[in-house]
Design a protein around this ligand. Structure first.
Ligand code: 3H9
Length: 678
């Protein structure tokens, strides 16, 4: 087998090149090749300096994640990096693309680091439930200081080459196309000089002088770290870099790394990493399916949803024609969009010039004829089949042949909507989640007649606008809301049987969701869809509306809210629920948190199993992708289907049976066979 590492000579400089597509992951063959190449450079008396660079789209994007959990094969990454750093001939990292995880650690072990301006550097291991395990937590603070290292190691977000230069992680930015030549010249200029070794750097002393920075960071980043093990371990590792000599700090890092690697959180998060990528692949669609050009997008409806959807495209530089029925609604919608952009600018997420550039791409209109040249039109109007059909019939008339027509419906049949057109092959669902400009998930709903190129184009487009897409077949509520309805059904039943609604919310919060169903109702507004007749009360929700308890915006809903929007359970609501339960003939009883958790979550797994069995989802991991990105399911449990397999499908079946809840044949069969879903 040929090695992915080759060497090229440029006078007295040895250029070590990795060619390991797609992302130059540091698998065993790469590590062995690097170790050999360094040894070769050291042994050759004519070589005075070395450059490490990569072919293809990126510098090393990290350790090879597919090797995790398998028996380790030497040389290990820490060993290779120690050999690089120990070289007394200067070694220069020449970075393009993304130097991530082990790739960034490799760069840290080199004596100098150069990068093209578009490069990104980072230690994203926490996103895999890990911390850097090849000396990164010890070398980085010694190079850039503990304060600058903390966000990189603990939050895992990559930074631009320019920011990396500013904090001292890079030595030099090169021209876009002269990286290799400049790296060689740089290496040559350092030949014969003593090499700076990052492990001997002293910038970490800021953490010694001001040890409070670690606790302060933990407090300010508490929300981002909630429920996760890795970020706390990452803080401990960076702190060790301030407090311990290098060799002992590395030992501490390894201890923490190994502990995380063998834990369930990292297993779940690695599952998610591959799940997100698998979700992009459509089993019966060749990877080279031709894509349709999307140069202009139409959006119907300038309400919260339509406006949010439009912003995704504007932000990606794609012109949008936004259609409304009334001028006033159109003006209101566009004003809200501008306000949202300006709020992002205030938070430093974009510049005012970018706000203007995005808004300049928007054409508001009241005239369907203006949609004639759109390549894609997304409808975000009222959830009513007759209304949707009218809109689609109209769109079919006004748009050019071959334009894709999409519905943002969250429940309705795409197949039925498609019957209103002469182009059912060009109709599909694009289900965005609210707020549509923020939430990551895009459920792409494939109708019975949706064409392959239309589907492939939608999947590609999702990436262009920064969404994580998952494909769903047609059924009421698709993957996400179909499972949500089972949870909501149980939540409503539980409070009738005597569970307190705050316990229901708290169980989900404790599980790791950002909020529970009753908090969610309060946030969204309990009066959404309310008939507005206080005399007509048939549900708890209607009773709350009749009592003026519309949710957070009214200062009261299920909960009472103070001026800081802190919630307290309400006696009035407690009485309303008890009254309803009595009328419905329920004797209320104490319901423990275990029962609540099982009854909320197990029926979701059962519904997920049915969704798989009916082939509405292509694979179990797609369901995990939907729930993690669309509904706040905690990523560190891997999503509902992965979580179910970690606690055991037989446990789920036994729980459902115990609570007298339905169990699908498919779930029972999987459990009986002792297997997992995938
Ligand atoms: C680490 O380094 C631990 C060390 O500290 C300690 C060690 C001792 N390994 O994302 P894409 C595959 S932990 C194996 O679609 P993009 C990916 O599955 C690692 N495979 O491309 C996909 O395969 P397929 C820290 C990997 O252009 C294909 O490459 N590093 C790895 O949108 C293309 O990926 C990270 O966490 C890997 N490390 O984005 C970085 N990376 O085609 C993880 C990717 O079969 N990677 N693959 O589906 C990324 O963030 C993105 O892949 C990257 C490219 C930004 C690089």
């Amino acid at each position: 087998m040929t090695s992915p590492i080759r060497t090229e000579r440029d006078g007295n400089v040895l250029v070590i090149v990795s060619d390991n597509p797609p992302v130059n992951a540091l698998g065993q063959a790469v590590r062995a090749g690097l170790a050999d190449a360094i040894a070769k450079g050291l042994a050759d008396p004519d070589i005075e300096a070395m450059v490490i660079r990569c072919d293809g789209q990126t510098f090393f994007a990290g350790a090879d994640i597919t090797e995790f959990g398998k028996p380790p094969q030497g040389p290990s990454l820490p060993q290779v990096l120690d050999r690089i750093e120990a070289s007394d001939k200067p070694v220069v990292a020449a970075i393009h693309g993304t130097a991530l995880g082990g790739g960034c650690e490799l760069a840290l072990a080199c004596h100098y680091r150069l990068a093209v301006p578009k490069a990104k550097l980072g230690l994203p291991e926490v996103k895999l439930g890990l911390i850097p395990g090849a000396g990164g937590t010890q070398r980085l603070p010694r190079l850039v200081g503990a304060k600058a290292a903390l966000p990189l190691v603990v939050l895992g977000n990559p930074i631009s080459a320019r920011d990396a230069l500013d904090i001292g992680l890079l030595d030099l930015l090169t021209g876009d196309s002269s990286l290799e030549a400049e790296a060689i010249a740089f290496a040559r200029s350092k030949a014969g000089q003593p090499v700076p070794r990052t492990s001997q750097g002293t910038a970490n002393q800021d953490g010694v002088r001001d040890p409070a920075i670690f606790d302060e960071f933990r407090v300010t980043q508490g929300r981002a770290m909630r429920g996760l093990d890795a970020p706390n371990a990452a803080i401990a590792a960076v702190r060790a870099a301030a407090e311990l000599p290098f060799a002992e700090g590395v030992k501490k890092e390894r201890e923490l790394f190994v502990g995380l690697m063998t834990g369930t959180q990292s297993k779940a998060m690695r599952h998610y990493f591959f799940a997100e990528r698998a979700a992009q692949k459509i089993a019966d669609l060749p990877a080279d399916t031709p894509l349709l050009p999307i140069r202009a997008v139409g959006v119907i409806g300038a309400g919260t949803m339509g406006g949010g959807i439009a912003m995704n495209f504007l932000s990606a530089g794609i012109p949008v024609i936004l259609l409304e029925m009334q001028q006033e609604a159109l003006d209101r919608g566009t004003a809200v969009m501008r306000r949202n952009y300006e709020a992002s600018a205030k938070r430093g997420r974009m510049t005012m010039a970018q706000v203007d550039a995005a808004m300049d791409l928007l054409t508001p209109t009241l005239d369907y004829a203006d949609l004639a040249d759109c390549d894609l039109v997304i409808e975000a109007v009222y959830e009513n089949m007759d209304v949707k059909k009218q809109v689609f019939a109209r769109l079919d008339e006004v748009t050019k042949p071959g334009a894709i027509l999409a519905s943002n419906t969250s429940y309705l049949s795409i197949d039925e909507i498609a019957t209103a057109t002469q182009r059912p092959g060009h109709v599909l669902g694009l289900h965005f989640f609210s707020p549509a400009n923020v939430m990551k998930l895009l459920e792409v709903v494939r109708g019975a007649q949706t064409r392959g190129d239309v589907l492939a184009t939608a999947m590609k487009l999702a990436r262009t606008i920064g969404k994580v897409a998952a494909v769903s077949g047609v059924c009421a509520g698709f993957i996400g809301n179909r499972m949500l309805s089972k949870r909501q059904e149980q939540a409503n039943k539980l409070i009738m049987e005597g569970a307190s609604y705050w316990d229901v919310d708290d169980v989900l919060l404790e599980f790791g969701f950002p909020m529970g169903p009753f908090q969610m109702g309060d946030l969204a507004g309990l009066d959404i869809g309310w008939h507005r007749d206080p005399a007509k009360v048939t549900t708890v929700r209607e009773a709350l509306c009749a009592a003026g308890r519309f949710g957070q915006k009214a200062g009261k809903g299920f909960y009472d809210y103070d001026s800081a929007r802190q919630r307290t359970p309400s006696d009035e609501v407690r009485a309303i629920i008890a009254d309803f339960a009595a009328k419905a003939g329920h004797t209320q009883r104490e319901v423990g948190k275990d029962e609540i958790r099982e009854r909320l979550l197990y029926p979701m797994v059962n519904e997920g199993a049915k969704i798989l069995d009916e082939k509405i989802a292509q694979r179990a991991s797609d369901i995990d992708v939907v729930w993690i990105n669309g509904y706040g399911w905690p990523i560190y449990t891997g999503g509902p289907m992965f979580w179910a397999s970690t606690i055991g499908l037989e446990t789920i079946v036994a729980g459902l049976d115990r609570h007298g809840l339905p169990v699908s044949d498919y779930l029972r069969k999987c459990a009986a066979e002792g297997r997992t879903f995938d």
